[in-house]
Design a binder for this molecule. Structure first.
Ligand code: SI3
Length: 305
């Protein structure tokens, strides 16, 4: 899975990190997880140790072990393993980037540090340049997620600077609802990949030319979302809209329960039958024994399973 200039397209599942009840990373689950994504969801790209994977709550050592395991089991089965290496510490991020390259990952990605934040776009680009330089052979994707990092520089402004200073810069994983900014990026930087990260409005991203999408729901709604992508490509907007609306209704249902990432992990366990365990502290899950049935009912009602 070497970097051969191929573009990152289609769906990318932002993987959950399997954990034991004692909150240790549960590596033996990963082989089964990869097979599930490939065979049941028809998703052949993964984004590991990101937000959904609770990457920021893992130690550097745990992140390395997870990367090794994902890459090992994806080899020959998947098209791309993108490893998120963003950290609060530049040295840790560089260490993880070099490690991802040594393992045979296909690309790396990093968020902005979010405690000591960059004061201006150039400060962020200089930080990302050092991270990317630790794995110069791997395509680098900036991970824009302002709702969590608090770093709100417009991506359409950052992209030209990243292009100028980061030789391996390939594109952006764009997790924000600002479709003006997203659309400008695609319009101005056609040779780069812009992957959309708000699953509930992916269809909007597609209209503006998204090259692909990275998200948590593609773990268990990958096949459904692929049907939407095909409908869109074939010009069947009515069908694509119907599928997107069903996904929206499901996500709205999840949020209406007061749920979020911890419960998304439970939902993936419920749908896939793979026990991914609990989230790691400080996250806690509000999922109760009666909830799996409630989830299945709602998904059946929406024709999602
Ligand atoms: C804030 C957040 O976690 N966003 C998710 C979405 O997939 C999100 O779960 C989905 O759109 C439902 O709101 C992804 O963009 C995150 C992601 O790709 C990652 O795990 O790195």
């Amino acid at each position: 899975m070497a970097s051969d200039g191929k573009r990152l397209k289609g769906l990318v599942a932002a993987t959950f990190t399997p954990m034991t009840l004692n909150s240790e990373v549960n590596l033996p689950i990963i082989q089964q997880y990869v097979d599930y994504l490939v065979h049941k969801q028809k998703v052949k790209n993964i984004f590991v140790n990101g937000t959904t994977g609770e990457g920021m709550s893992l130690s550097v050592q745990e992140r390395k072990r997870l990367t090794e395991e994902w890459v090992k089991h994806a080899r020959g089965k998947m098209d791309n393993v993108v490893v998120h290496v963003g950290c609060l510490s530049l040295e840790d991020a560089k260490d993880l980037a070099a490690h991802a390259a040594s393992c045979g990952a296909d690309a790396i990605s990093a968020v902005s540090p979010s405690f000591m934040k960059p004061s201006c776009p150039d400060a962020l680009v200089m930080y990302l340049k050092e991270v990317a330089a630790a794995a110069p052979s791997l395509p680098f994707y900036y991970y824009h997620i302002p709702s969590l990092t608090g770093v709100t520089f417009r991506v359409s402004d950052l992209t030209g600077r990243m292009k100028a200073h980061i030789p391996s810069f390939r594109g952006v994983k764009f997790t924000d609802t600002n479709l003006l900014d997203f659309s400008l990026c695609i319009h101005l930087y056609k040779e780069h990949d812009f992957l959309y990260g708000v699953d509930e409005q992916l269809l909007g991203g597609l209209v503006f030319g998204a090259h692909g999408a990275v998200g948590s729901t593609y773990n268990y709604l990958g096949a459904t979302t692929n049907t939407m992508l095909t409908a869109y490509e074939e010009g069947d907007i009515e069908k694509a809209r119907k599928i997107q609306c069903a996904i929206q209704e499901f996500i709205a249902f999840v949020f209406a329960q007061g749920w979020g990432l911890p419960e998304f992990k439970n939902i993936m366990s419920t749908v896939s039958g793979i026990d991914l365990g609990p989230p790691r502290a400080p996250l806690i899950s509000g999922f109760k024994p009666e909830h799996p049935e409630k989830i299945r009912e709602e998904m059946k009602r929406l024709n999602l399973i």
